[in-house]
Write a protein that binds this ligand. Structure first.
Ligand code: FNR
Length: 396
């Protein structure tokens, strides 16, 4: 596995100041997008994206774990020919990061799935289209060129096969099976903030909408006007129930039956690349390899599933050792260029970032996503120079 091809022509990647829209000039780091989104979004939406589960210890642990890892930089090396180009499954991307799959994005950001996918494509990388998305996967493939789809697979063979046929017919050739959601984690903050399934229009939500008119008109209103009542579009082979339906809760059942035998069925039926997301244990990484997965995503779901779960960056080294010849990717808690490089240093081939890119799409659409990506890209470039390397994977 040689994931990187350094290009001597790339060098520094600093943006010219006039390339940044004026609205975005105050956003200097990925965390700034969260601060901006906190003002823009109603609490129910902001809490849905930013929150974790129960005590939020998994969520906090992700950030804290990155802080405990330090670098020993090398000096006096010619680092003028820096490049972040990264080869993944035979395709070269401009940067070693992409957008993690995030459901419900179109209620957080106007046409959120398309904004994320186009923003990523315009930055030389890609976004994974979510099973819990409100945008039909066919539209995301057609309009934004997406080729990575994340499935919440039902624990039922006939439904699995029908879903795979739909995904393949739309042109996706990378299937990410999320395996850490047998049932949804205990997101108390959602219930407290009035964000609960099935959705009900309560006085709390009406007040939140009235006090956040830019979101109410620019996102919710535009979405309803242009696309009608949102549905979960990609959970199964057919469109799911609308957001306000009582069937919403029922439609997610049977996922707790999912097991390795289902993965075997998926492998037999899916011709493209198969990636398992939500791996934290080296034994599961070995099983993923045994059952024919092409890659895994080490992830604790951004601290949104089990409270007290191991941070993925802590889990990574043992997993890398367990499957040395497999593509290992990682998400959960990446906010800085140094975090990306720490993950690569400890064995990741590629990483994904979730919340900051969705916050950027919420306030500024595709331009926001591009700006957030350029910030992360610049940080990685600067950090590589300060570390004495010309390519991220030299840190191995
Ligand atoms: C997610 N995540 C997620 N994962 C998945 O496999 N399918 C999904 O539909 C979703 N939906 C989703 C919605 C929102 C709002 C968030 C924030 C996250 C988890 C996501 O893919 C990823 O694992 C984490 O977001 C990574 O952590 P950071 O970068 O957000 O800290």
């Amino acid at each position: 596995m040689a994931p990187l091809t350094p290009s001597p022509t790339v060098g520094t990647v600093r943006r010219k100041p006039n390339q940044t829209p004026w609205r975005l000039r105050s956003a200097l780091s990925l965390d700034d997008f969260e601060r901006r989104a906190r003002r823009h979004l109603p609490l129910s939406m902001f809490g849905y994206v930013s929150g974790g589960v129960e005590t939020n210890s998994s969520l906090r642990g992700n950030g804290e774990a990155f802080q405990t890892i330090t670098f020993r930089p090398r000096i006096l090396r010619d680092v003028s020919a820096r490049s972040q180009k990264t080869n993944l499954f035979g395709k070269t991307y401009e940067v070693p990061f992409g957008v993690a799959p995030m459901g419900f994005s179109a209620m957080v950001a106007y046409d959120g799935d398309i904004a994320l996918a186009k923003g990523a494509a315009g930055s030389g990388t890609f976004a994974i289209c979510s099973a819990a998305s409100l945008t039909p996967l066919e539209r995301v493939a057609r309009e934004a060129g997406s080729r990575w789809f994340q499935a919440y697979v039902p624990g039922d063979e006939s439904r699995i096969v029908a879903l795979l046929e739909r995904v393949a017919a739309a042109g996706f050739d990378h299937l990410v099976v999320t395996a850490d959601v047998p049932i949804t984690g205990n997101r108390e903050n959602n219930a407290r903030n009035g964000f609960d399934a099935p959705f009900r229009v309560t006085p709390q939500l009406i007040w939140q909408g009235a006090t956040h008119p830019r979101w109410t008109i620019g996102t919710l209103g535009r979405e309803l006007f242009n696309r009608g009542m949102p549905h979960f579009e990609n959970m199964e082979s057919v469109q799911g129930p609308p957001l306000f339906s009582r069937d919403l809760v029922r439609s997610t059942i049977a996922r707790d039956k999912l097991n390795w035998e289902h993965l075997k069925i998926i492998r037999e039926r899916w011709r493209g690349k198969l990636i398992l997301k939500g791996v934290l244990d080296p034994e599961d990484a070995k099983l993923a390899q045994k059952f024919g997965c092409d890659g895994i995503i080490v992830s604790n779901h951004g601290g949104r599933q089990l409270d007290g779960a191991l941070p993925s960056i802590v889990a990574l080294p043992a997993i890398r050792d367990a499957v040395p010849d497999m593509i290992v990717m990682l998400d959960s808690g990446i906010r800085r260029g140094t975090d990306v490089l720490k993950a690569i240093m400890l064995g990741a081939d590629f990483v994904f970032v979730g919340r900051p890119f969705l916050f950027a799409a919420a306030t500024d659409g595709e331009a926001g996503v591009r700006h957030a990506m350029s910030i992360l890209r610049e940080e990685i470039d600067r950090d590589m120079a300060l570390l004495g390397v010309v390519a991220p994977h030299e840190l191995r």
